[in-house]
Write a protein that binds this ligand. Structure first.
Ligand SMILES: [Zn+2]
Length: 118
């Protein structure tokens, strides 16, 4: 009984409804920075251009971008459980609100749907 109570408390404290979204954002920002630094290094001649290496590098980037897009597309809204960034064919990666229930990103989960007066 006590262990269940402790586990529930622990779970409640450790659970961040936006964890998935935060991780995605961090990966996105980090990879954009790395890509910029790499291209800058090549452009400035710090890294010698290697045609084969560049091709592998570009393929890796395309793969990463694709995976990021899929992960973002599949990211769920912690409030309504549906896709946060996509509704049907509509896909807005930069949206600040859930496309289904209007839940604001990184905000406390609202109790009622569409609390936005504006
Ligand atoms: Zn939602």
């Amino acid at each position: 009984m006590l262990s269940i109570g402790l586990a529930a408390l622990h779970w409640h404290e450790m659970t961040d409804p936006w964890k998935h979204h935060r991780i995605l954002k961090r990966i996105g920002v980090t990879s954009a920075l790395l890509m910029f630094l790499t291209f800058a290094s090549v452009a400035l001649g710090i890294v010698n251009e290697n045609p084969r290496g560049s091709r592998i590098f570009i393929y890796c980037w395309m793969l990463l971008v694709l995976v990021m897009l899929i992960l973002t597309h599949e990211a769920r809204c912690p409030r309504c459980g549906r896709r946060f960034y996509a509704r049907g064919l509509d896909f807005r990666q930069m949206t600040k609100k859930c496309l289904h229930c209007g839940q604001k990103k990184y905000a406390e989960l609202a109790a009622t749907p569409n609390p936005d007066p504006g």
